[in-house]
Ligand binder design. Structure first.
Ligand code: HEM
Ligand code: HEM
Length: 230
């Protein structure tokens, strides 16, 4: 943390930023390739599944990083009980929200719901088939009945995801209008504050320890993707 006229705090480490923008790209490809005529792909469903494996790998990394990662990336930093979340929502309605280094209480719950919905989407896909060219790596594991229920849920949850992503983008616009440029922070990693944010932490983990944890989480995530892909 640096003290000048404004405080500048590194809130999103490089891993979170790569996770986020990689996720955006892979989710967009997953949606695009559900169209049978998804130019330039000859077999869009294969690309759909591969993009889904990448989503799953990124999520494995993020679930681990939420426990082991840098302080503002940790779930324990940005998940609040109901009372402070409601209190925060009221200040937001009055257009006077407190500023947070990590996700604010509402944003934190939104992030968890998005991560859960994305995880369900990617995992349920593993059990599906398009009944023509493609069978997921776990297709048939629980029999046809469960497979067809998962197919319906995969479709329904994809609608939920679109709503969540829409709300996510709307939230960013609202914060921009209130003077909080959150997108810049997700690009460059740092946020600037006029005063100490409410969740500011002094705790700094040793960089070598963090790197080691990141490499461990990355190996597990890459292992999952490679196992599914090949
Ligand atoms: C986050 C990742 C994913 C997203 C956003 C996603 C989204 C979708 C969407 C929107 C559909 C079309 C549903 C419909 O209207 O019928 C679909 C279908 C499908 N998805 Fe995914 N999916 C993801 C991951 C996966 C994965 C990992 C696999 C397989 C390994 C997979 C396999 C399939 C199959 C086989 C279908 C066609 C089902 C059918 O024809 O009934 N998906 N997916
Ligand atoms: C497919 C579309 C998207 C998905 C699935 C998505 C998902 C997510 C997730 C899961 C997080 C939590 C990050 C973490 O703690 O690891 C997040 C945060 C964030 N996303 Fe996205 N995102 C999408 C599109 C975008 C776009 C297009 C932008 C910018 C224009 C954006 C900007 C941000 C920002 C600024 C944050 C941090 C919010 C905060 O400070 O609380 N996202 N997003």
């Amino acid at each position: 943390m640096r003290n000048a006229n404004k405080l500048s705090i590194e809130v999103w480490d490089g891993w979170v930023r790569v996770f986020h923008w990689g996720l955006v790209l892979a989710v967009l490809v997953s949606f695009y390739t559900t169209k049978t005529s998804a130019v330039p792909f000859l077999f869009p469903i294969d690309v759909h599944a591969q993009a889904g494996y990448v989503v799953l790998g990124l999520l494995v990394f993020r679930w681990l990083w939420g426990v082991l990662g840098s302080v503002y990336a940790r779930f324990s930093t940005f998940l609040y009980p109901p009372a402070p979340t409601i209190a925060y929502s009221k200040t937001l309605l009055k257009r006077q929200p407190n500023t947070y280094a990590s996700h604010n209480p509402l944003g934190g719950w939104m992030v968890i719901i998005m991560l859960l919905s994305l995880s369900f989407q990617a995992v349920s896909g593993l059990f599906l088939s398009d009944d023509i060219f493609f069978q997921g790596p776990l297709y048939g594991l629980f029999g046809k009945g469960v497979g067809s229920q998962l197919s319906t849920l995969h479709q329904l949850n994809s609608h939920l995801l679109i709503i969540l992503i829409g709300l996510h983008l709307l939230g960013l616009v609202v914060h921009r209008l209130l003077g909080e440029p959150l997108v810049t922070a997700m690009l460059v990693g740092t946020k600037r504050f006029r005063q100490q944010p409410i969740d500011a932490r002094n705790e700094l983990l040793n960089a070598a320890t963090l790197r080691l944890r990141a490499i461990g989480a990355l190996c597990i995530a890459a292992g999952v993707v490679l196992w599914l892909w090949f």
